[in-house]
Design a protein around this ligand. Sequence first.
Ligand SMILES: [Zn+2]
Length: 69
Amino acid sequence: MMQLDIQLFAVPFRKVSKTRKRMRRAHNAMTAPGLTNCKECGAQIKPHRVCPECGSYKGKTVVEEKKEA
Ligand SMILES: [Zn+2]
């Protein structure tokens, strides 16, 4: 098997040019999470998950709401 003889060092930040730093960070942007609306109550929910507001999934109630005792 081929052995790569690479050693990684910490690089002082003044040794990295603005362009290099910006090119590296070009891929670091965060993306907004995908959100859909619940078919039952219309609340914004993550897709493929039971609605935390009304407990429905694909238009059916699968988790009953907790009743305050
Ligand atoms: Zn809902």
